[in-house]
Design a protein around this ligand. Structure first.
Ligand code: SAM
Length: 252
């Protein structure tokens, strides 16, 4: 499935632009419920974040806790949205570290930048770009993370190749994402609206990890995998949907 078949980037950008400009009241019924999303994190992690950041949480898990971020590290967040994981990462890497959020949706970047200014978060930067061609220098960051975004990409192999490129040797990737067990039919795959809701773009977890391995990642670990029906609505005929947390490493 690629943009030449369905303009996935356009449909996805339209959806997340609308969410960002709707005042932060996130999601359509049956997908990405805000209250559920805030509960993805240990509440103690969120106490220093403003409500507009927590209220625009659109992830499907907590990639921060498994990333093991250290003071001074450089981090890239793929599909940073309203910035929740960037701000959490910024707290952990401190002033000696740096966090770059990449997102292709201007309205989402505007929300994230407004929060950055209000919070005085000087070690965070939001860049406009597609995660299939990241505006980040090669071999430059310690950690790539992402929360409920790679499933939205029409070219997941390109995303993993780019993640591998920007990581320093020995760097690590930590993602939370929607995956399946089994395949969508071609007909369901062609449902771009549901793709943009983090459903029909998801791929089987073994295909997901195989794409990571093909990009060069090692030590690929599915840390946990829980039923995703609390965050995305599954219809009859669809494969089982999971929210998985996956880590891997670029060889040193
Ligand atoms: C489901 S939201 C998740 C946002 C954020 N990670 C969070 O946890 O709240 C998906 C975000 O990824 C962005 N996005 C989706 N596909 C993208 C792509 N191919 N390149 C860049 N950004 C993308 C969207 O604009 C949106 O802000």
């Amino acid at each position: 499935m690629s943009d030449s078949v369905i303009p996935i980037h356009e449909v996805v950008q339209e959806r997340y632009g609308a969410i960002a400009t709707s005042g932060g009241s996130c999601c359509a019924p049956g997908s990405c419920d805000c209250a559920t999303n805030a509960q993805l994190y240990d509440p103690a992690m969120l106490t220093e974040l403003p409500p507009e950041v927590v209220g625009l949480s659109l992830g499907c898990g907590d990639p921060i806790t498994i990333a093991g971020l250290q003071p001074g590290e450089w981090v890239v967040d793929l599909g940073s949205g309203g910035g929740i994981d960037c701000f959490l990462a910024a707290q952990r890497v401190g002033d000696a570290g740096y966090v770059i959020g990449i997102d292709m949706t201007p309205a989402m970047l505007a929300k994230a930048n407004a929060s950055k200014v209000r919070m005085g978060a000087n070690n965070v930067e939001f860049r406009r770009g597609q995660i299939e061609a990241m505006p980040v220098v090669s071999d430059s960051v310690d950690v790539v993370m992402s929360n409920c975004v790679i499933n939205l990409s029409p070219d997941k192999s390109a995303v993993f190749a780019e993640a591998f490129r920007v990581l320093k040797p020995g760097g690590r990737i930590s993602v939370s994402d929607i995956v399946t067990e089994g395949e969508f039919s071609a007909e369901l795959r062609a449902d771009a609206a549901r793709w943009a809701e983090c459903v029909t773009g998801a791929i089987d977890v073994s295909e997901y990890t195989a794409k990571m391995a093909a990009a060069g990642f090692t030590d690929i670990t599915v840390v946990d995998k829980t039923d995703a029906e609390a965050v995305v609505e599954r219809q009859p005929g669809m494969p089982r949907l999971y929210s998985a947390r996956i880590t891997a490493r670029k060889p040193a």
